[in-house]
Design a protein around this ligand. Structure first.
Ligand code: HEC
Ligand code: HEC
Length: 636
């Protein structure tokens, strides 16, 4: 048993923000002063729950019949217990009411979401690295009934209200697949933009919403229409409409736009419909360039500014009827609101902070009277990545401690932590490293703890943004599969080893730094993240691309060997004197390309339309050869 910490809304926010604005103005007037570190905790400048505009929604509690399986999670409720999928061990577990395991089944390491169909007592689990959905009969035992092959890297799941169709998002192949659950056959599929994650179906079954890590949008999919067309809906209140209108930015994902103070919605893992036609989306808002010009004050810091360049939000996305497709956002205190649960009986929304081990209880979630009801903490380094809500209790899956936590939403009783449900397959060092990697509110990692490593490298990948660092805008590199054996680090190759790289990263982030042991743990974790799965491509085309890569073009003179890098710096006459050859492992997942993010796609890079020229002579390539090379690169 662990005591609940119960925080009330703080009223010091305005005062602290005022002070920080003053500091910026002062510093602008005197650019030669020493770097300034503001060390108040991030939580003192971020409101607990504050709407950025008038609330959407209706009046009164909608009497929606909305099963939890309309959106996947890592935990689902059953009679007398829960079902949870642990991505670390790859095990599906059934627990009793106290969180003790009563049955288990191996699904596969890296497994992502599950949904539970109470009608048929079947669970569906996304086996992310096995490219299948595993169908499990749930009784006092867990029995694998079937496994349905999917496109590469299934992650998000949602079950239609009638239980007859399962929607699956697949990351590497960028597809949305609808599976007929009776026949186990694909009904239809359609392409998605890059880095899709969660998917949710509306209670009426007519629309679905897909969340993305790097598009700045959620995509509303019309399930009733032939072709299952989609519309991208912008997240992030400050985003200029011209940039985010239509599908184009979502598809290209090209963000080398260094307009100061422009902010971008990122890292939307979780989406769920509530009542009155609203959908809620947890996301982050990043401001990669805060200050214009060659501003040297605080020179080394990411974003080049003073205000935390990352904040966390819950978007309320309105129904498409009505002209403007309104969206209203709430700034929230949670660090990385990556999972959402909703209890239709009470219209209570629960959002969990993966990086801060806490949860927000929001009452009247689908009504104009939406308001904060509670902010509760879970102790013990939980790393919550899933939540299910019923009868005034949130059941949370603690991904880092692999336990169920039961939280009384009134905060009146203590949080009940179940026993360890599965054994981690990570080493103790890697586990410790992951805990540091995702941890927000840690002043050792970043100024005020505003940023965690996952703020820019969600899921070990890239936010697709170019951050102002000193006088350059540098693109966030992909880490998954690219860290071990690729030293030196950073685009300019300035850091000879990982210890030096992480030390300089935390200094730039304004953090006070971690101990040597902790840096070792973080390094061990970074080196253990597997490379992203690669999309399926035609084998003959890949072979033709490889021939070009290794033959006439001589790409492998620099991108050779197992890690696909010579680990040398090269001068391509850009604003960096030399750029360290990046590894091309997982390159399909690392867009945009080049140190400044100036190539939106591999196709654009090979057509030499970016700011970097002279890497190799690509001027004579035909369209077919470019397609072959892209296919080869995408499968690395
Ligand atoms: C504000 C966004 C941001 C945050 C937060 C962040 N990074 Fe990065 N990361 C970047 C950018 C941008 C670069 C490229 C910087 C450069 O080349 O100078 C980078 C580079 C790296 C590299 C070098 C990769 C290579 O192949 O050269 C590693 C390793 C890394 N980050 C790990 C981390 C870790 C660990 C943390 C947490 C302590 C972290 N990052 C926090 C944006 C971020
Ligand atoms: C002379 C060494 C050299 C050769 C030859 C070379 N590259 Fe590169 N490559 C680099 C360097 C250095 C960068 C980083 C440049 C920058 O960002 O400014 C890079 C960047 C890239 C990137 C972007 C990676 C990312 O994550 O942003 C891709 C893709 C790539 N190269 C593919 C190729 C292909 C395909 C060829 C052959 C047509 C090739 N390279 C030939 C050195 C080389």
């Amino acid at each position: 048993m662990t005591r609940v910490r119960h925080r009330r809304h703080r009223h010091v926010i305005a005062a602290v923000l005022g002070a920080s604005t003053c500091a910026s103005v002062l510093a602008l007037a005197k650019p030669a002063r020493a770097r300034m570190v503001l060390d108040e905790d991030f939580r003192t400048v971020q409101p607990t729950f504050e709407l950025t505009g008038p609330a959407l929604g209706g009046h009164g509690n909608p009497t929606t019949d909305a099963p939890a399986s309309l959106a996947g999670s890592t935990i689902a409720l059953l009679d007398g217990g829960a079902l949870a999928i642990d991505g670390d061990s790859g095990q599906l577990v059934r627990t009793d009411d106290a969180g003790k395991v009563v049955a288990r089944l191996d699904v596969g390491r890296g497994a992502a979401q599950l949904v539970y169909d109470a009608g048929t007592r079947r669970a569906y689990v996304a086996d992310r690295l096995g490219d299948r959905v595993v169908v499990v009969a749930v009784s006092d035992k867990l029995v694998e009934q079937a496994a349905w092959t999917t496109p590469v890297e299934p992650w998000g799941l949602a079950l239609a209200p009638d239980g007859k169709t399962l929607l699956v998002t697949t990351i590497a192949d960028r597809m949305l697949v609808a599976i007929d659950t009776a026949a186990g056959k694909t009904r239809w599929d359609r392409p998605l933009s890059r880095e899709p994650r969660g998917v949710a179906i509306a209670p009426d079954g007519d629309t679905a919403m897909v969340a993305y890590l790097t598009t700045g949008t959620v995509e509303r999919v019309d399930l009733a229409a032939a072709g299952h067309g989609g519309t991208h809906v912008s997240l992030g209140a400050e985003i200029a409409p011209s940039r985010q209108s239509g599908v184009a930015p979502a598809v290209t994902g090209f963000i080398a736009d260094s307009t100061p103070t422009r902010s971008f919605a990122r890292a939307a893992f979780a989406v769920r419909y509530v009542g009155n036609g609203l959908a809620v989306v947890g996301h982050q808002q990043s401001t990669p360039v805060q200050i214009a010009g060659n501003f040297r004050e605080n020179a080394g810091s990411y974003g080049g500014g003073f205000d935390p360049p990352v904040e966390h939000r819950i978007a309320f996305v309105g129904a498409p009827e009505g002209s403007a497709q309104p969206t209203v956002e709430a700034r929230v205190i949670l660090h990385q609101p990556d999972a959402l649960g909703w209890d239709p009986a009470t219209d209570t929304l629960v959002a969990v902070g993966y990086g801060s081990d806490d949860l927000l209880v929001i009452k009247d979630a689908s009504q104009a009277t939406v308001a904060l009801a509670n902010h509760l903490s879970i102790t013990g380094g939980c790393g919550p990545d899933g939540v299910a809500v019923a009868d005034g209790t949130a059941w949370v899956w603690c991904s880092l401690t692999r336990r169920v936590a039961k939280v009384d939403l009134t905060g009146a009783t203590a949080v009940v932590l179940g026993p360890e449900a599965t054994k981690s397959k990570r080493s103790a060092l890697e586990q410790r490293g992951l805990a540091l990697f995702r941890g927000g509110n840690d002043g050792r990692v970043s100024s005020r703890g505003a940023m965690a490593c996952t703020s820019c490298h969600p899921d070990g990948r890239t936010d697709g943004l170019s951050w102002r660092i000193e006088s350059h805008e540098l693109q966030t590199p992909l880490l998954a599969g690219r860290v071990a054996g690729t030293h030196p680090y950073k685009w300019d190759g300035g850091d000879k080893d990982l210890t030096q790289s992480l030390t300089s990263t935390m200094r730039r982030l304004g953090g006070s730094g971690l101990s040597e042991d902790e840096v070792r743990a973080l390094s061990a974790y970074l080196e253990s993240i597997p490379a992203p799965p690669t999309p399926r491509r035609d084998a003959k085309q890949v072979a033709r691309g490889q021939k070009l890569f290794e033959g006439a073009l001589g790409c492998d003179t620099c991108h050779g060997g197992k890690r696909m890098t010579d680990r040398e710096g090269h001068d391509f006459h850009t604003n960096l004197a030399k750029v360290d050859t990046p590894s091309l492992i997982g390159v399909a997942a690392s867009a945009p390309y080049y140190h400044d993010g100036s190539a939106a796609t591999l196709d654009a890079l090979l057509r030499d339309t970016a700011t970097v020229h002279g890497m190799a002579d690509v001027g004579d390539l035909t369209d077919a050869q470019i397609a072959d090379l892209v296919a080869y690169l995408e499968t690395r």
